[in-house]
Design a protein around this ligand. Structure first.
Ligand SMILES: Cc1ncc(COP(=O)(O)O)c(C=O)c1O
Length: 484
């Protein structure tokens, strides 16, 4: 959603704005303005978009135009809206804000914040020695220009070898190095999707994938994950057959945010259904290394691919460090060449030094990843323990890998909770961030990437404000009589 947001779109994003817990006795216009501020703060409403005209929004929300006028006035006064007579009103933020690593807009002075909006670990101790070793290797590259659109050969070989070790024979010419998995997704979309093309995604899914799809003007259809197993096989295969999307974007290993792991038999059937439907699959393997409790990860989805339908993407960010900005695409060799041609029009190539750091980290993969799994299991258990003690009404499925829990709350309070949590120094990414249409208010993603003590402290603070939300009392929404 860029440029302009229509009345019905904003109404959908606003959802139950009038009945949010914690609203207390504020008038309707203030509650509406507060909800728009909330959407801006958690990134669901981008900056610089034109809001609908007052009359259009009033009609979409079925409230009086005076209420919308007063809400827009308040948003202008608080610095969240800029208006020009005759031209409309644009979203903005008051001064002193920055983009957090979650993509959310946050105040600058938030160093004390316990950030549960980010699902990524701090760097492993081995990173420094890998960086030092990489500088020793650098002279080998300095006599060339340094542009390697598909990546330096050492890293492409290391990534290809890792696929081969997972049972999927892969050669270096099937690998293209990118600046992170997000970049990999964007490049694949540029190559494979015309504006308006249909893409099937899981719901909930990774929010920045939705942002990449919106950026390519994709038409998105969803497959809802539910229950203990996540994917509903008949529904998923049925949607592929019936909708015949151009692309499907799936996260089969420890899905972000739910933590589900797709079984081998379903992988095989998804690839077959995709082929029959003419759908290409983008398989995001960001979490594939991070299994826990001895859980065996099924063969890569691409193992079942006979027709170059599957493009796999992955990267260093989750097992190693997001700050490296190294990811990759595994595809057929001709596809890699086409992707490289697209890439030179975007960013030419990834930095050589960072790729060399990645080579050294991958050489030590076994030890580093083993430490990460232990660390994550300890942190996950600390988080689960704190939730069981402090918020026993919340339901969680224990993830067997990855870095996140997907908690089902005791009411549709996720956005209200996230707003209140900021006040007590905890940043949360509310459930609706992981969907398309303002639903998922009953869910909250909780990453276990912070140290155990921080996670326990954060849950204590969340439990305290959850209790306060109830005491503020729920407002009943009366259907307004006036439609202006
Ligand atoms: C499923 C998924 N894909 C992609 C990314 C982005 O990864 P990168 O930092 O490699 O761009 C993330 C990061 O959270 C993710 O969870």
């Amino acid at each position: 959603m860029t440029g302009q947001v229509r009345g019905v779109q904003l109404a959908r994003l606003l959802g139950q704005w009038h009945a949010l817990p914690g609203r207390r006795r504020s008038p309707d216009y203030a509650a509406l303005a507060g909800s728009v501020r909330g959407l801006l703060a958690d990134g669901r409403l981008p900056l610089g978009v034109r809001l609908p005209a007052e009359r259009e929004l009033a009609e979409a929300l079925r409230i009086s135009r005076t209420t919308v006028t007063a809400a827009y006035r308040q948003l202008r006064e608080t610095g969240h809206l800029a208006s020009r007579r005759g031209a409309g009103s644009w979203t903005m933020l008051p001064g002193n804000h920055r983009v957090a690593s979650t993509g959310l807009w946050t105040p600058l002075d938030d160093r004390e914040m316990l950030d549960l909006g980010v699902a990524a670990l701090a760097a492993p101790p081995q990173l420094l020695s890998a960086a030092r070793a990489a500088t020793e290797d650098l002279p080998r590259y300095l006599s060339g220009a340094g542009y390697h659109p598909t990546g330096i050969i050492e890293l492409r070989e290391a990534v290809a070898d890792a696929y081969t070790a997972r049972g999927l024979p892969t050669s270096a010419d099937q690998i293209m190095v990118t600046s992170g998995t997000q970049h990999a997704l964007d490049l694949v979309l540029r190559l494979a999707l015309a504006p308006g093309g249909t893409v099937l995604v899981e719901s909930p899914t990774y929010p920045n994938a939705l942002a990449a799809l919106a950026g390519r003007r994709a038409r998105i259809t969803t497959h809802g994950l539910a229950g203990d197993g996540g994917w509903e096989p008949d529904l998923l295969l049925g949607s592929l057959r019936q909708t015949r999307p151009k692309l499907a974007y799936l996260i089969p290993e420890f899905q972000n945010p739910t933590g589900h792991l797709m079984p081998a038999w379903l992988r095989e059937r998804v690839v077959a259904a995709a082929h029959a439907a003419g759908t290409d699959l983008i398989i995001d393997e960001s979490f594939v290394d991070l299994s826990m409790d001895g859980t065996e990860v099924p063969p890569p989805v691409a193992t079942y691919d006979r027709h170059s339908r599957v493009v796999s993407i992955g990267g260093m960010s989750k097992p190693y460090w997001g700050g490296l900005r190294i990811g990759w695409i595994r595809a057929s060799a001709p596809q890699v060449q086409r992707l490289a041609a697209v890439r030179v029009g975007v960013d030419m190539a990834s930095p050589v030094l960072d790729q060399l750091v990645a080579v050294h980290l991958l050489a030590d993969a076994e030890a580093i990843v083993a430490d990460r799994r232990v660390q994550l299991a300890v942190q996950r258990d600390a988080l689960l323990g704190a939730l069981a003690r402090q918020l026993p009404e919340w339901r969680v499925t224990v993830p067997r890998g990855g870095v996140t829990l997907w908690a089902e709350l005791d009411g549709p309070v996720s956005s209200a909770l996230a707003r209140a949590a900021e006040e007590v120094g905890v940043r949360l990414a509310p459930g609706p961030r992981f969907g398309l249409d303002g639903t998922l208010e009953r869910f909250l993603r909780l990453p276990f990437t912070l140290p155990a003590a921080d996670l326990v402290e954060a849950v204590g603070r969340i439990a305290a404000i959850r209790y306060d939300l109830d005491r503020a009392g729920r407002q009943r929404w009366r259907e307004p009589a006036v439609i202006a």
